[in-house]
Design a protein around this ligand. Structure first.
Ligand code: MD6
Ligand code: FE
Length: 200
């Protein structure tokens, strides 16, 4: 049997119904029009991630050869990030157990062959606030570990409409996306997956 997930991990299956998912995809299309997806580079190596990214909200998470950081401007267009959709700030208010609204929402887009290595979300100023995520489109094989990279991990499937909260001890747990399962959803026009993560 698997060990229980770290305290503060919450998995809210089917949080958004299909109509709410469609509305969120429309909102993401608007965001991407204003703030195009791009492939960030990893610090030091300069290697490109396979996931394409953009942001909404006051701040956005960016990565380039000099490191990871939050900044108010899109690294390619130089413009401000679009506003965060109300549905996301409402979700945060409902599940974050934190008294202030999110400042940043990272938009991850996975084409069928994209993946995201095991990582900790550690660049945020406020570690008492959780990171809250929404999955849209094709199912992801998500891996959740512990506080050390060597800790045992468990694999779970994140389906369109699911919400994950990493708070408490789980806030600094290792996690990643092994792969997506193309063709498991018809929400998007093409096979692929969107993941939205809100932070402070
Ligand atoms: C993804 N998610 O599902 C990647 N981070 O595509 C994350 O990296 C993540 O789902 C922090 C909290 C929840 C998450
Ligand atoms: Fe993460």
């Amino acid at each position: 049997m698997h060990a229980p997930p770290p305290e503060g991990f919450r998995y809210l299956a089917g949080y958004f119904d299909p109509a709410a998912q469609r509305a969120l995809v429309e909102a993401v299309r608007g965001i991407v029009k204003e703030a195009p997806l791009y492939r960030p580079s990893m610090p030091r190596t300069g290697q490109k991630l396979t996931v394409r990214m953009t942001n909404c909200g006051a701040l956005g998470w960016v990565s380039d050869v000099t490191g990871y950081r939050y900044q108010p401007l899109h690294p390619v267009t130089g413009g401000p990030w679009p506003a965060m959709p109300q549905a996301l700030t409402d979700l945060w208010a409902e599940v974050s157990d934190f008294p202030h609204p999110p400042e940043a929402c990272l938009v991850n887009y996975y084409a069928p062959d994209a993946r995201l290595g095991l990582h900790v979300d550690a660049d945020e100023g406020e570690k008492r606030a959780p990171v809250v995520s929404v999955s849209l489109g094709d199912t992801a094989v998500f891996r959740l570990g512990g506080l050390s990279r060597r800790d045992p991990t468990r694999s779970m499937r994140l389906v369109s409409g699911d919400v994950v909260v990493l708070g408490g001890t789980a806030r600094l747990a290792y996690h990643g996306v092994d792969r997506i399962l193309p063709g498991t959803s018809t929400l998007l026009k093409e096979p692929g997956r969107i993941n939205l993560t809100m932070r402070r």
